[in-house]
Design a protein around this ligand. Sequence first.
Ligand code: ASP
Length: 581
Amino acid sequence: MKWRDLLAGELRKEQVGERLALAGWAAKRRDHGGLVFIDLRDESGLAQLVINPERAPEAAKVAHEIRNEFVLRAVGEVAARAPEAVNPNLPTGEVELQVDELEIVSRSDPLPFQLDDENVDEATRLRYRYLDLRREKMQRNLRLSARVVAAIRRFMDAQGFVDVWTPNLTRATPEGARDFLAPVRLQPGNFFALPQSPQLFKQTLIVAGFGRYYQMAVCFRDEDLRADRQFEFRQLDLELAFPTREEVWDVLEGAVVSSFEALDRTPPERPFRRMTWHEAMARFGSDKPDLRFGLELHDLTAETRDSDFKVFAQAPSVQYLVVPQQFSRAELASLEELAKEWGGKGLAYLVFDEEGEVRSPIAKFLSAEVIEAVRPDEPAATVLFGADEPLTVARVLSAVRNHLGRELGLIDHSRDEFLWVTDFPLFEWDADGGRWTFSHHPFTGIRPGDEDLIESDPARALSQAYDLVWNGWELGSGSIRIHDPELQKRVFRVMDIDDEQAEERFGFLLEVLRMGAPPHGGFAMGLERFVALLAGESNIREVVAFPKTASGSEPMTGAPTPIAKDILAELGIQVLPQFES
Ligand code: ASP
């Protein structure tokens, strides 16, 4: 027996008069005293089944038993609907199946939620993910994801990239997160780390003679989960031999454009915009600025050096942004709250009214020159200030900027702004550890000409790292790498990794670099973030089949779970009493 002759969503006028079998889920049942209508759903869409007790008395009996999400098989004749019953919103809306035989193939327990209920909480959705995934939106998102991945693969293959699988049980790669560890039964006390990225393997593959490597790599990072972060995620990971940065960018732009085209969407224009990290920080306070609106930052540090307003005079950096609107006290108070959440001490302001008069508790401390310097071109505006360490000011004002961009409807949603942010600093100061650390990862190349700054002025040394940003979301990072082992060791030393430690932790890399390493560079783009943005979702969980909750659990399977003591003992592991459940 054939389960079905075609998919439910394929039913059309052309088949009127044919006898066909359909199979799928009961999406909805309507009893019209005698006649029963069932919307039958499968992955292609919906078809209407009509069960008429006069035509098919047995089927009518079965129909009364049917509940939502039962699995059915129906055999009947395709019929045109009466003109008043045509549903123009449904591709199958002109026809229905007049059922002769109806079979319940599989039943469903009472549902924990109805599939058309829009307000199911996320915990319930994830607990019953198999039901949640039956919904139209989730079907659409996962299919969109598959199309994007397929398009990228086609593109990468056509560009001569070789797909190479790299291990998931490996040695820790420093990408700035904690590692997930896997104990090894054959070597109790030893652990593999799950890769935070295949960074060192891909560099090794280039040295091994693969000029163009790529992979849809699964990466694992033990970090707090957020809307754009899961413990595990996929990257389009790639690396090239002898590349310029522009050549790497070109590949990525091609992959992005192919994805848009696969979804029949107008692709962004190439080449994408480019901006140095310094410019992005100065103008937007962020290394991932959303360029769909203005509200740029301005610097006022020099002008306020001798100010009577001590908060400004003493701050290492004073910056401001001009909002084309007079804020009330309540609005200013809530913006100040936001500033504090982002680590600011407060949020000084000047409100300019319609006449250009200034209203503000700090106005009397500011010189006429300073007030004139920030005076907006149009009256009825508010100037918001940040005064602190430069990176704190940037963080706070950029958060305020993004918030206002959304709240005041300044974002032009018809625009897609792709941006390469380039020339990141090579190092960051790690205040907790009291030392320099990498800002991208330790294998990032140095901007030509800045090599001597590595030791003499690490703060000023720029790197060959670049990020790709789309509408304020960081899609991924990459760089031209260090291919000279001596230079690599100098970078390690600045980060307090002496030669001995470097040998111990990265000996294999240094060895690889000593064995004829060509210049190389690459990139990794987070696929879930990219797909989420393409799907118009603000949370990557909406494009992941079985994501973890914010607390790091997977509610459907109940993972993670404790493991029996004897199994742990085999691995040489014992759980501390305070963690035993
Ligand atoms: N391994 C880096 C990352 O995962 C990407 C790269 O530098 O290619 O962010």
